[in-house]
Write a protein that binds this ligand. Structure first.
Ligand code: ADP
Ligand code: MG
Length: 226
């Protein structure tokens, strides 16, 4: 068999916080080059799902696979090193390190993965419209520019998958559109799978398909309360 493994796969993820069940047997597959949006009301389990998919937390039940390898059963440190090379993360807050230059921030995941590649980082910065700003400190950039650095950083180590939790949630509408479009375009060019959480239908429209989460499960239809 030569079946191509999914960029990302989740099998029957269940996660509880005390008596509260945040995820109820969620399964999904994201192929290389595919862009999937996840929508759902506040508290429906979106961030819990992304934390499990990114290996930042491990599921109480179920499995997480990155590019054909099961990772939820790995030792935490082994999983962290593997994450640096295989999963790009973008959050609502940029989480850039203020004391490092833009290019050094972009290089963090590839350094952790043992494959520091400065030419690659420069190329990505140019592609997000920040050519020439490599030596700047994050503090002098606008909010939209910082989030574009975070997008470049997420792709620097050539990850199989990019996970983004409301990546444009702190930006104004014009910047949100631009950053989401950049993330999706770059990931498609790089053949990475993307799964991004958004509250905004205009951003979900950039995806190949949209999954709706309600009360810890995917639903067929758009929840009426959205
Ligand atoms: N660390 C935690 N401890 C207790 N409850 C949590 C924790 N994280 C999330 N929850 C609860 O789990 C549910 C899903 O949360 P979350 O995944 O953050 O949803 P969303 O991102 O869709 O808003 C919510 O009811 C939330 O209050
Ligand atoms: Mg959330």
């Amino acid at each position: 068999m030569t079946a191509v493994p999914a960029a990302l796969e989740a099998r029957s993820l269940t996660q509880r916080y005390g008596s509260l069940t945040a995820l109820r047997g969620v399964s999904l597959r994201v192929e290389a080059g595919e862009v999937v949006a996840v929508t759902g009301p506040s508290g429906s389990g979106k961030s819990t799902l992304l934390h499990l998919l990114g290996g930042l937390d491990v599921p109480q039940e179920g499995e997480v696979w990155w590019a054909g390898t099961r990772v939820d059963t790995l030792d935490t440190q082994v999983r962290a090193t593997r994450r640096a090379g295989q999963v790009g993360l973008v959050f609502q807050h940029h989480y850039l390190l203020d004391d490092l230059t833009v290019i050094e921030n972009v290089l963090i995941p590839s350094r952790l993965a043992g494959q520091r590649d400065e030419a690659r980082a420069r190329d990505l910065l140019a592609r997000v419209g920040l050519g020439g700003r490599e030596a700047a400190l994050p503090g002098v950039l606008s909010g939209g520019e910082r989030q574009r650095v975070a997008v470049a950083r997420a792709l620097a180590a050539r990850p199989a998958t990019v996970l983004a939790d409301e990546p444009t949630g702190s930006l104004d509408r014009a910047n949100a559109q631009a950053v989401a479009q950049l993330l999706v375009n770059l990931a498609r060019e790089e053949r990475a799978g993307v799964l991004f959480v958004t509250h905004d239908d205009r951003l979900a429209a950039f995806a190949d398909r949209t999954l709706h989460l309600l009360d810890g499960q995917f639903t067929e239809s758009v929840p009426a309360l959205l």
